[in-house]
Design a binder for this molecule. Structure first.
Ligand SMILES: NC(=O)c1ccc[n+]([C@@H]2O[C@H](COP(=O)([O-])OP(=O)(O)OC[C@H]3O[C@@H](n4cnc5c(N)ncnc54)[C@H](O)[C@@H]3O)[C@@H](O)[C@H]2O)c1
Length: 325
């Protein structure tokens, strides 16, 4: 089985690649390395194409790899960027996906697995959010994650390739970048490790469904062979408040810290939790990492990377395809 992973140098993508390689899948990666630290997240056993979804290098990857399955994670992931530059956000997330789908159709790809997001649901009308919940995105990012779902379904209907759309909850874990508007776990961990106090917007009682990136990677692997033509939530079906998260995280670092509180940000969703019954049924998916274990793993990673950045393999040893800038 040959699988091409777009965004395979990213936080989630690098774990997906690791999971595929551990299962003996022949894996290649397309990434433009726009997310900081990408070169350090590349896997030595995966062919790497330094290419943009919107550039010519993407076709080269298809010509050389002829993948049977494409796992599509490459995206502009920052909500604030989407609000400032909706045109750029749509170019990468919507037009970039269309370009990918055109190549999938041309090269006879059997299946596409797409990384969608709970952001497509917007403010929940009920909890737990199941896959029938109305789609009412609150940001351009939410729209640009939702539109590709429709393109994928329509490409599938016209060209016969199949798909699984995975809607992720809040993903955390090792290798998540703490820069920009990254996940709250990465930002809190980074501040705590640098002796700073975590900042909470609002009263901290807002809840999220946190899922460990290792579980998300496992779901992607399962989706290669199962869940054809399905849209599936990938979450733990658990709510954890930001206050609880800050406490757990600081305890797992051995020094409980009281966060500082700032004014609630407009547009922030109060509570979120994804129903995962369908994922269990159609993918055989079961989250294995509870939050405390997942946070311990994450903290261990951040401690290691702070103290030891020696294990990064030079990029030039792994590049196969073109070098776009
Ligand atoms: N992190 C989360 O909590 C979360 C939640 C829901 C959905 N998702 C989705 O999961 C996917 C991966 O997210 P992540 O958190 O790993 O982000 P990330 O930024 O770490 O990974 C995205 C990768 O895509 C690459 N990329 C961006 N634009 C590209 C382009 N034009 N061409 C080629 N490569 C490009 C980046 O360099 C990066 O390596 C995204 O599609 C995101 O929308 C993430």
């Amino acid at each position: 089985m040959k699988v091409l992973v777009t965004g395979g140098a990213g936080f989630i993508g690098s774990h997906v690649v690791e999971e595929l390689i551990a299962h003996g899948v022949e894996t290649s990666v397309v990434d433009n390395l726009s997310t900081p630290g990408g070169a350090g997240r590349l896997h030595a056993a995966a062919a790497f194409y330094h290419a943009d979804l919107l550039g010519s290098g993407l076709r080269e990857a298809f010509i050389r790899e002829r993948p049977e399955c494409v796992i599509h994670l490459a995206a502009q992931i920052d909500v604030q960027t989407s609000l400032r530059r909706p045109d750029y956000d749509a170019d990468v997330n919507i037009v970039g996906t269309i370009r990918l789908l055109q190549l999938c159709a041309e090269f006879g790809v059997r299946k596409i697995v797409y990384a969608s997001s709970a952001a497509v649901y917007g403010a929940p009308s009920y909890l737990a959010i199941d896959e029938h919940h109305p789609l009412r995105p609150l940001s351009f990012y939410g729209i640009s994650k939702m539109a590709p779902e429709l393109y994928i379904q329509t490409f599938s209907a016209i060209y016969g390739m199949t798909y699984t759309i995975l809607r992720y909850a809040n993903v955390y874990g090792p290798r998540q970048s703490a820069s920009g508007e990254a996940g709250v776990v990465a930002i809190f961990a980074d501040r705590l490790l640098h002796g700073e106090t975590p900042v909470v917007y609002g009263n901290g009682e807002q809840t999220r469904d946190f899922i460990c990136v290792k579980d998300v990677a496992a779901a992607n692997y399962l989706a290669i062979g199962r869940g054809d033509g399905e849209i599936v939530n990938i979450g733990c079906n658990r709510q954890t408040s930001v206050n609880q998260l800050a406490l757990l995280l600081s305890m797992s670092m051995g020094r409980p810290v009281q966060p500082v509180y700032r004014t609630k940000r407009s547009g922030d969703i109060v509570h979120s939790r994804l129903h995962n019954g369908k994922a269990k049924r159609v993918l055989g998916f079961e989250p294995k990492w509870n939050l405390l274990e997942g946070l311990r793993l994450t903290v261990a990673h951040y401690k290691e990377t702070i103290h030891d950045k020696m294990d990064i393999i030079p990029l030039e040893r792994r590049v196969v395809g073109s070098h776009e800038t």
